[in-house]
Design a protein around this ligand. Structure first.
Ligand code: FE2
Length: 215
């Protein structure tokens, strides 16, 4: 896969799609930007080549874009979702895939589908949409599960406060092997120790990925 090309229009396509997300829900926009950046860093910690790093970054950028297809009363609800709303929210991963589908004639965008579709799978098979287990979950989806969860925990929502890194780290350790791929958790924690990740993120930061700035 490393010989595959990243199309020169990929950043422009990402910027256009993410503009739609920003207009609809800035929280989701910034979350996607941060998750894309963190996914690339996890790939760097794993020593992956540029094509794989780009797949990780773009999968992170796009993983939640399908949320713009949810009704406002769910997407922008200031309280916790009820069971029925949670079931509707679960459609967002497939809707993210639907949004990029017109671009998937190009192999690079086709390679983004598994990570996006399965980013809510859990290592023990208790996730969605398929209940895939262990390494049956595509690698990018397993990587996204970690950086997505850490970002979600460390940023406030109207109905809960942001947690600090110590809390997020503990959750990763507690759910390593059940929610998260234990080998990837180890790599992630090691990379944090080495200073690869900013664990002091505040909820009002603005992170625009380099690829979007240049688009
Ligand atoms: Fe998601």
């Amino acid at each position: 896969m490393t010989s595959d090309k990243i199309p020169d229009w990929a950043a422009n396509a990402a910027a256009a799609i993410l503009q739609a997300v920003l207009k609809k829900d800035p929280f989701t926009f910034y979350h996607c930007c941060r998750v894309g950046q963190a996914a690339r860093k996890l790939g760097i910690a794993l020593g992956l080549p540029e094509y794989e790093l780009a797949l990780l970054e773009y999968s992170g950028l796009f993983h939640d874009i399908g949320k713009i297809g949810l009704p406002d009363y769910i997407l922008l609800k200031p309280d916790r979702l009820n069971e029925c709303e949670i079931e509707q929210m679960k459609n967002h991963a497939q809707m993210s895939v639907d949004i990029i589908r017109p671009l998937t004639k190009h192999p690079f965008f086709r390679h983004l589908i598994p990570g996006i579709r399965y980013h809510h799978e859990r290592f023990n098979g208790q996730g969605y949409p398929m209940g895939l287990i262990g390494e049956k979950i595509p690698f990018i989806a397993r990587a996204l599960a970690i950086v997505d969860s850490v970002d979600a925990m460390m940023h406030a929502r109207p109905y809960r406060l942001a947690q600090n890194w110590d809390y997020a780290k503990n959750e990763l350790i507690v759910y390593s092997g059940t929610q998260f791929d234990p080998q990837l958790v180890e790599v992630y924690l090691d990379a944090v120790k080495k200073g690869l990740f900013d664990t002091q993120q505040s909820s009002d930061e603005v992170v625009i990925p380099t690829i979007l700035k240049s688009a």
